[in-house]
Design a protein. Structure first.
Length: 320
């Protein structure tokens, strides 16, 4: 259904707008105002003549799915062999040599994004009021399959992407590794050339809302104000991280403990999603009742995941 609306929304200066009925909401898309293209005014329909104003959002409607995610990585031993002439060494020795070279160069042994191999990607998806959490692929999936599935999810859902330090680490890693494997990520890299609404809200530009790096936003884009996910999670009453621990992922991978790594990654993604809900409360998009209802629903779901004990333990620790 399409209606036409002629008038000026108070204080908006939008003038003539095209109006679309979307479920219980109406979208106003400005016409003839290229500088405002993609701006969405959301109102809730009460009856055919009465509406409640909900707010103005830069290109992302309130019904857009939310995808919180996290990745786990290990040093790329194949790249180490190619770049540093480490052929003939076992994986453990290659990692040890790569770390030593890194320490000599920069004073620490954390690998740069292009030398990180992705071994796990976990997501929490909120879509149409339903929350699901899982690891992409299976324990035997290769890196290319994991990253390909991630970008396919963006193509399918076009969600608001939520991360903790995603701009600084996760997304650059995924970009470099996708480049290495020759993957396609059309929606992720869309800047408005094919879909105009991405011009003012895309996944790559730092100050847009299609990707929300919670660490970046909460620090007001000041690196000296960055905070660790685990500490912020515990400060707001969540259990925080559990399991392998980021510093020990490479050791766990060498020992074949990929399931433990995937479980750890899923808990990080869940912490990120729950902090996102609190951030939505902080910026006035959830009232106290709606926020409490969402938390209780998620906690109840986790308590029912009896075949996933790491989530049950998380929910029990959260309640205590």
């Amino acid at each position: 259904m399409q209606w036409d609306f002629v008038g000026t929304w108070p204080g908006s200066g939008l003038g003539h707008s095209r109006v679309f009925l979307v479920g219980p909401h109406i979208r106003f898309h400005p016409v003839g105002t290229p500088s405002l293209y993609g701006l969405i005014i959301m109102i809730r329909v009460i009856d055919s003549k009465c509406y409640t104003f909900l707010g103005v959002f830069g290109g992302v409607a309130m019904s857009v799915p939310v995808l919180a995610f996290d990745i786990e990585t290990v040093p790329d031993v194949e790249a180490g062999r190619v770049l540093y002439g480490l052929d003939g060494l076992e994986d453990e020795d290659v990692i040890r040599a790569m770390r030593q070279l890194r320490r000599q160069r920069v004073g620490h042994d954390f690998m740069p994004p292009h030398l990180q191999r992705v071994v796990s990607i976990a997501v929490v998806l909120e879509n149409d009021g339903v929350v699901k959490a899982w690891s992409l692929g299976n324990p035997d999936s290769g890196e290319a399959e994991l990253i390909g599935r991630f970008y396919e999810g963006l193509d399918q859902y076009r969600p608001t992407l939520v991360s903790w330090n995603g701009s600084g680490f996760d997304l650059p890693v995924l970009a470099y590794r996708a480049l290495r494997h020759g993957l396609s990520a059309g929606v992720y890299w869309e800047m408005g050339d094919s879909e105009r609404d991405f011009r003012y809200s895309n996944y790559v530009s730092r100050y847009h809302w299609r990707h929300v790096d919670l660490m970046d936003v909460l620090s007001h884009y000041q690196p000296r104000s960055n905070a660790p996910l685990d500490e912020v999670a515990r400060l707001v009453g969540l259990p925080g991280k559990s399991g392998v621990g980021g510093a020990h992922v490479a050791d766990a991978w060498l020992q074949g403990e990929i399931v433990a790594i995937r479980d750890y990654c899923e808990i990080d993604a869940m912490n990120t999603y729950l902090i996102w809900l609190r951030f939505e409360r902080l910026r006035g998009r959830l009232d106290a009742t709606a926020y409490a209802r969402k938390l209780e629903a998620v906690r109840g779901q986790m308590m029912g995941w009896s075949d996933r004990p790491h989530f049950v333990e998380f929910a029990q620790a959260w309640q205590s």
